[in-house]
Design a protein around this ligand. Structure first.
Ligand code: CA
Ligand code: CA
Length: 57
């Protein structure tokens, strides 16, 4: 298992393409498998969100 390519399965928080538009990830839908050693992405994502909202005000 290569740490640079995530765990090979969809994990909560990973970006995905909601093909059938049901709001959740389904098997077969395309997703971005974040690297396992990049667990900080959660933090960064929230910070990014905050910054985006801040900029919109
Ligand atoms: Ca994953
Ligand atoms: Ca879906």
């Amino acid at each position: 298992m290569d740490k640079n390519f995530g765990d090979g399965v969809y994990s909560k928080g990973e970006a995905y393409l909601d093909k059938n538009k049901n709001g959740v990830f389904d098997k077969g839908e395309v997703f971005v498998d974040y690297a396992l050693d990049g667990m900080k992405y959660d933090k960064g994502e929230k910070i990014g969100f905050g910054l985006t909202r801040l900029l919109m005000h």
